[in-house]
Design a protein around this ligand. Structure first.
Ligand code: FDA
Length: 308
C-alpha cells in the first residue's frame, strides 16, 4: 500500500512542486542525494573512492517536457564527464533516455546520447543506461544495442520484476553487452511484472547466476543481504573470481553493508545522484522502504532537540 502511494506521488506534479520548494523535504532527501550541484557530487564521489568504492554519477532528471531541458541534460552530462576527468574521480556516468528527450523526439534523444557516449569513449570512461518504466523498455534496449555496436563502453540496467527480462538478459549478453541487474523500481501491472516479491527475488537470483556465468564483468545491483550472500556462495562454488563481477548500491543505502563488502575485498560501485530534480528519485527510495521516512523524520526531530 505504502509502496504504491509513494510511487503514485513520484509522478504527481503538484506534490513534486510542493516538495521541491521545501527545505524540510530536501533535508530528508539529502540522505539519498549527494547534492544539488556537480561540485558536491564530485566531492562525495572522491570520499567514496577514498573508502575503496567506485561510483556511477547520475545527473537527476527524467521525462523532460521540452527540447531546452533535454539539451540542458546533455550539457550537464558533458560537464559531468569533464568534472570526473579533471578531479580524477574513479567513476562512470548513468543516464535516463527520457531525460535526453525520448518522449519528445527520438532523434534528438539519440543524438544527445551519441554525443555523451562519444565523449565517454574519448575520456576512456563508461556510461550506464538506467531502465525506466516498462513503456520504455523496448526503446531503451534498442538504443542501447545500437549505441553499443559503435561504443563498447556502455552498460544497461535490466529489471528482474519483468517477465521479459530473462530473454532480454540473453539478448544483451549475446551482443557482448554489460548488464546491471536490479529488481525494478516502478509501478508495473501484473500483466508485465511479477506481483509477488518472492517471485521477483527468485527471478533475480536465477538471472544473477546467468550473469556470473557469463565470463564477463557484470553488475549485481541490490542491497538485499540474503541475495548478496547467495551470489557470493554461487561465485565461490562455481569458481567465479570475486573480482570478476561488481556489486552496486545506492548512495546512502545500507552503508554498513557497503563497508563490509569493501572490507571483504569485493568490487563495489555506488550510484551517486545529484541535481535539483531529486523529487521522483527520492519518492522511489521511500517506496522501497517506507520506514525511511519515519526514520529520517525522527533523526531531524532529534537534531532539532539537540539544537535547542
Ligand atoms: P529489496 O527491495 O528486497 O531490499 C532489500 C533490503 O535492502 C531491504 O530490506 C533494506 O534493508 C534495504 N533497502 C532497499 N532499498 C532501500 C532504501 N531505499 N532505503 C533503505 N534501505 C533499503 N531500478 C530501476 O528500475 N531502474 C534502474 O535503472 C535502477 N538502477 C539502480 C542502480 C543501482 C546501483 C541500484 C542499487 C538500484 C537501482 N534500481 C534501479 C533500484 C532497484 O530496482 C530497487 O528498487 C532497489 O535497489 C531496492 O531493491 P533491492 O534490490 O535493494 O532489494
Amino acid at each position: 500500500m505504502w509502496r504504491s502511494a509513494f510511487l503514485y506521488l513520484s509522478t504527481n506534479g503538484g506534490a513534486r512542486r510542493m516538495a521541491s520548494g521545501s527545505s524540510l523535504a530536501w533535508r530528508i532527501a539529502s540522505r539519498f542525494v549527494a547534492g544539488e550541484c556537480l561540485e558536491e557530487a564530485l566531492k562525495a564521489s572522491l570520499e567514496l573512492n577514498r573508502r575503496g568504492a567506485a561510483v556511477e554519477l547520475d545527473y537527476l532528471g527524467e521525462n523532460v517536457e521540452d527540447r531546452r531541458q533535454a539539451e540542458e541534460s546533455r550539457n550537464a552530462y558533458l560537464r559531468l564527464l569533464e568534472g570526473i576527468a579533471s578531479t580524477g574521480v574513479d567513476g562512470h556516468v548513468s543516464l535516463k533516455l527520457t531525460q535526453m528527450g525520448l518522449d519528445l523526439d527520438e532523434a534528438l534523444c539519440g543524438d544527445s546520447v551519441d554525443e555523451v557516449v562519444s565523449r565517454v569513449d574519448a575520456l576512456g570512461s563508461f556510461a550506464w543506461f538506467d531502465m525506466e518504466g516498462s513503456g520504455y523498455t523496448d526503446r531503451t534496449i534498442e538504443t542501447y544495442l545500437r549505441v553499443r555496436a559503435a561504443h563498447p563502453n556502455v552498460g544497461i540496467a535490466l529489471q528482474a520484476y519483468l517477465y521479459r527480462t530473462k530473454a532480454d538478459v540473453h539478448n544483451v549478453l549475446s551482443a557482448g553487452g554489460t548488464i546491471r541487474l536490479v529488481k525494478g523500481a516502478y509501478n508495473e501491472p501484473s500483466t508485465v511484472a511479477y506481483p509477488a516479491k518472492r517471485d521477483v527475488d527468485r527471478n533475480y537470483e536465477r538471472l544473477a547466476e546467468v550473469l556470473l556465468s557469463s565470463g564477463s564483468l557484470q553488475a549485481i545491483a541490490t542491497h538485499d543481504e540474503k541475495m548478496i550472500q547467495r551470489v557470493i556462495e554461487y561465485a565461490s562454488v562455481n569458481r567465479v573470481d570475486h573480482r570478476g563481477f561488481e556489486f552496486q548500491m545506492l548512495y546512502g543505502v545500507r552503508r554498513d553493508l557497503q563497508e563490509r563488502l569493501l572490507a571483504e575485498g569485493y568490487r563495489l560501485r555506488v550510484y551517486v545522484p545529484y541535481g535539483g530534480q531529486w523529487y521522483p528519485y527520492f519518492m522511489r527510495r521511500l517506496a522501497e522502504r517506507p520506514a525511511n521516512l519515519f526514520f529520517l523524520l525522527g533523526n531531524l526531530v532529534r537534531e532539532a532537540g539537540r539544537g535547542r
